[in-house]
Design a binder for this molecule. Sequence first.
Ligand code: OGA
Ligand code: MN
Length: 297
Amino acid sequence: MAVSVQSDVARKMDPGPIVTSTGAALGAEVHGVNLKKCDETQFSALRRAWHDHQVLLVRGQTLDDQDLIAFSRRFGDLDWAPVQETGRRFVEGLPEIYIVSNVTINGQPIGSLGAGEAVWHTDMSYLDVPPMASMLYAIEVPLAGGNTSFCSMYAVYDALPDELKRRIANLKIKHDGTYNSGGYLRQGVTATDDPRSSTGAVHPLVCTHPDTGRRMLYLGRRRNAYLVGLELAESEALLDELWNFIERPQFAWEHVWRVGDLVLWDNRCTMHRRDPFEASSRRIMHRTQIKGSAAPV
Ligand code: OGA
Ligand code: MN
């Protein structure tokens, strides 16, 4: 067996980040990195691991909003967060920060999504150029519930029957901008349940990842989704058929949060959902979103 003594020595001198796959269809945990002091070599290793695994977990971090923004910016420019369901910005002076929380102060929620389920979705895919990545950092977590699952849209696409792949090859899908994943109406938008007329962005249903070159199914979210040009009933039936694949555990990895966890996901080739949790417990997460480089193709 070939063993490289030299590389073992090099590893002892500078172990660099250690990347351990979750063993599921996607996701890896990274050990041995402080995101406030990550050098260029460590950062390149992180970026590579992120492309390989689509979702990265880094535990035991202590980040304030400025630290979270500074680390996020190393991947690219940031998108401003959507405004809160109440119409307010989450953090005065830091429009990049999105807060996911059920906590209220003087009866006003400090964040979005409440304590209910957040259904499978891609972040902000109702934009023409959706964010390429999101980063979520855990500040307070409940004792139970509120787990977040991720699924690989590469793996979902690969698993589709060939006949279905052929049927969807040239279709375009509207990603609705009316409701968020908690089912709340977005600020400034008129409520509607007609996917043909709802606001949103149209993207190809099958896309190619700009960095990895891999194909993926690009669904966004189920509510008010619409396959452009089809009769509504035909669109609904085909979307249901595709969404039937999403719930299969073989495509997913579920994360149980601890305070200090940072999770970075590729928002192009994954979707995520969150379990509900006890409304009387507190959960506070801060998020940034990194701008996409181009519209999905
Ligand atoms: C998000 C999101 C779910 C969660 O931050 O984009 O969907 O686990 N969060 O809070
Ligand atoms: Mn989300």
